[in-house]
Each structure stands twice: as C-alpha cells, then as structure tokens.
Write a protein that binds this ligand. Sequence first.
Ligand code: AMP
Length: 276
Amino acid sequence: MKIVATIAELRSLRPKLAGPVGFVPTMGYLHEGHLVLVRQARAENPSLVVSIFVNPTQFGPHEDFKQYPRDPERDLALLEKEGADVVFIPSAEEIYPPDFNSWVEVGKLAERLEGAARPGHFRGVATVVARLFNIVQPDKAYFGQKDAQQLIVIKKMAADLGMDLEVIAVPTVREPDGLAMSSRNTYLNDEERKQAVVLYQALNLAQKLYAGGEKDAKAILRQMTALIQQQPLADIEYISIADAETLEELDTVRPPALVSMAVRFGKTRLIDNVVV
Ligand code: AMP
C-alpha cells in the first residue's frame, strides 16, 4: 500500500494503476460504514485509492472542524488490511494552496435540507470532491447512502460537469441497535447514545405508516416528531419527506421519497435517512 501526501506523487503513480480504478473519499476516523465502501470498491476494481482528508471548507465557522476526530495511524492500518493500493492523505495546504480560488456550486439541490441547515456545506463538499476526482481520476467513486443528499449532489455535479466516472451508492451501515455509523457518534455520552436510536426508530415508523397506506406527508412527519420528542435529549433540527430526485418537499408521499432528518443530542448533530 502506497501512502501519498502530494498531488505530484499521486500523478506519477496514477498511470501505473490498472483500471478500472475505484475511489473512496473519506474524512478518516474510519468505522465499519467506511470499510463497507472500501470492500465494495476493492471487490469491483483492480485498483483502489482511498483518500483521508478532513475538508475544512465543508464545515461552517461554528462547526466541529477542530474537534473532528482524527486517527490517521489507525486508519492506515485498517486500509492496509482491506488491501487498498494507494491512500491519499494530503495536508490542507496541498488541497487549498493560499491562492486557491475556484469553487463548485451545484445549485438548488444543494440549497435544501442539509444545505439549508449548513450554508456553504455542499459548496465545500462539491469543490473538494471535484478536486479529488481531478487528482485521482477514478473510474468509479463510492459514496454512502448515509449522506443521501451528498450522494445526489455529487451525482449531479459529475453529470453537469461531464466527469467521466460512475458514482456508486452504498447502503447505510448501522450499529446493532440501528443507529447509523458515523465518526460523530464518538461525541455522544452514554445517555445520548441510548436515546440516539430514536432516529432509526422514526425512520422505521415512517416506512411502517407508508406501507400501511398513509400517504399524507404531514401526518407521517407528525408521528415521527412525536416519537423523537419522547427522548428528552433529542432536539430536532429538521425532518423532511422529499422527492428523492429533486429534493422538493412532498405533500403526498410517493416513491422514491427521501425521508431524512437532522437531530441534535447535546452538541452532537446526527443525520439519517431512508428512501421509501
Ligand atoms: P465521511 O468520512 O463521513 O466523509 O464519510 C466518507 C464516506 O463514507 C461517505 O461517502 C459517507 O457517506 C460514507 N459513510 C459514512 N458513514 C457511513 C455509514 N454508516 N454507512 C454507509 N456509508 C457511510
């Protein structure tokens, strides 16, 4: 496994990688959710590149960029075990030199849901992913359904900018009790962690109501909200049922619909979703 910190090194390595080249971009502090992406990419491609980069531009000024958990040594050991060929682990200056000044904006899709709650977030995500795609030149790039809107935004960016690669969605990996795996789960204290399972329970409730014939989005959202509010530490930021392609809010639920939410537990902000 080659560990590469500069764009120049990666550029000189890239022609030697047998295609198709699979790519998994991450912010590190790897857990089983990341590793499922890594394994799928490993299985589907003769060459596998993984990046580890905590991207400063996708964090708001009052968000957790500084506290975001980091453990590159452990990450590298895990990736070695999974058989990655190349790990790209650049510094912030390598990705954003002082005169860096080009940004990717994806428009409407990036302004709803997470984009509305975290202004500038998807501009940072789209910009860094575009830059990583140009550096790594993957044939297939793997993203988790856990970050459903990110996946939609990246697919749209790749299509709009004529990028010659396939964006592949990987299902959400969950803890045994249903909580979606996330590097941010480490922020939760014991009581918050116990209560956090309510996100998954609320998504299940939405699916159950829909399967039982309830098509009124407001009615489903009302019941989900009531369930979440039974957990005293849960603070709902948004909860939404939207068209899974346009992300426009639905009055009447019809497939494919994205049921998604952001809920705070103390200082920890969790997101989760399901497509019905
Ligand atoms: P991150 O390091 O949080 O930027 O995540 C890197 C990639 O892993 C993204 O494509 C995420 O959507 C994906 N990912 C993170 N957590 C999970 C999970 N629990 N299940 C599936 N994919 C995940």
